[in-house]
Design a protein around this ligand. Structure first.
Ligand code: PEP
Ligand code: MN
Length: 263
C-alpha cells in the first residue's frame, strides 16, 4: 500500500494544517529530550518566531544504557501539551510502547517511532490504528526494504498519514555518529508515495555537519529536515554534544533559507 506503483501521486501529510510533501520543505526542531517547561518553551519560541509549526522533544527516551536519563514520561507529555497550547506549535514526540499510545494521543500531534522501534511490529500496528500522523524513523541497521515494510505495517492497519525519516545507518565509519544514507531519500521517493524527512542530528552527530547535510537533503528532494535544538546544550540530559543552541539554530535556519531561496 505504500508503493508508488499502487498510488502514483504523492501523499500529503497534514499536521494541523502544515502540509508535508507538497513541494515546500517542512521542519521539525526541538530538544532531544523534554527536561523542563522552561527549556521546551525557550526552543518553541524560537521555532515560532521563524514561522515554523512543529516542535519535537522526547518524553520517553530509548537510551542505550539503562542508567542514562530515560525521559520524564507522562510529565514530559504534559509539558509538551502546555507549550503547544501556549504557542500553537504541533508536537512530534516518540512513543516507545503500545502501552503508552492511547494516553499519549491526548497530548501529541505526531507519533514518532524511533530507530530502535522500527521493527516493533505491535507498536507499528497500534500506530496504524491511531488517527494521528506517524513519523517513522529508519532502523539503526535497517535496509530500505525493511524500512518500507515497517511503513507497510502502519498503512495496512488503515493509517496512511506516514512520514519516513532517514536518520543514518550503522557502518564501519566512525567520523560521524551514523552514516547518512542520502541516496535513501530519492529511492524512498521513487518506491513510495510518502513524504521523506532527513534527521541531520542523529545521522551525523556533528554540529558542523548539520547545515551541509540539511542542504544536501533538500537538494535530493527531501520533504523535511529534523534537527535538535536546546537552550543550553552543554547541560542537556541527552545528546549534549550534538544539539544546536538557539543562536546556532538561528544561523543554521537563516543559511538554509538562503540556500532554498537561491536553488
Ligand atoms: C530521536 O529522534 O529522539 C531519536 C532517539 O532518534 P533515533 O530514533 O533516530 O535514534
Ligand atoms: Mn537525540
Amino acid at each position: 500500500l505504500v508503493s508508488r506503483k499502487r498510488k502514483p501521486e504523492d501523499t500529503i501529510v497534514d499536521v494541523n494544517g502544515e502540509k508535508i510533501g507538497n513541494g515546500t520543505p517542512s521542519f521539525v526542531f526541538g530538544p532531544c529530550a523534554v527536561e523542563s517547561y522552561e527549556q521546551v518553551l525557550a526552543v518553541a519560541e524560537s521555532i515560532k518566531s521563524k514561522g515554523l509549526t512543529m516542535l519535537r522533544g522526547g518524553a520517553y527516551k530509548p537510551r542505550t544504557s539503562p542508567y542514562d536519563f530515560q525521559g520524564l514520561g507522562l510529565e514530559g507529555l504534559k509539558i509538551l501539551k502546555r507549550v503547544s497550547n501556549e504557542t500553537g506549535l504541533s508536537i512530534v514526540t516518540e512513543i516507545i510502547t503500545p502501552a503508552h499510545l492511547e494516553e499519549a494521543l491526548e497530548y501529541i500531534d505526531v507519533i514518532q517511532i524511533g530507530a530502535r522501534n522500527m521493527q516493533n511490529f505491535e507498536l507499528l500496528k497500534e500506530a496504524g490504528m491511531a488517527n494521528k500522523p506517524v513519523l517513522l524513523k529508519r532502523g539503526l541497521a535497517a535496509t530500505i526494504d525493511e524500512f518500507i515494510n515497517a511503513a507497510e505495517y502502519i498503512i495496512s492497519k488503515g493509517n496512511s498519514q506516514i512520514m519516513l525519516c532517514e536518520r543514518g545507518i550503522r557502518t564501519y565509519e566512525r567520523a560521524t555518529r551514523n552514516t547518512l544514507d542520502i541516496s535513501a531519500v530519492p529511492i524512498l521517493k521513487q518506491e513510495t508515495h510518502l513524504p521523506v524527512f532527513v534527521d541531520v542530528t542523529h545521522s551525523t552527530g556533528r554540529k558542523d555537519l548539520l547545515l551541509p547535510t540539511a542542504k544536501a537533503a533538500i537538494a535530493v528532494g527531501a520533504d523535511g529536515v529534523m534537527a535538535e535544538v536546546h537552550p543550553d546544550p552543554a547541560v542537556a540530559l541527552s545528546d549534549a554534544a550534538q544539539q544546536m543552541d538557539i543562536k546556532q539554530f538561528d544561523e543554521f535556519y537563516e543559511e538554509l533559507q538562503r540556500f532554498m531561496n537561491t536553488h
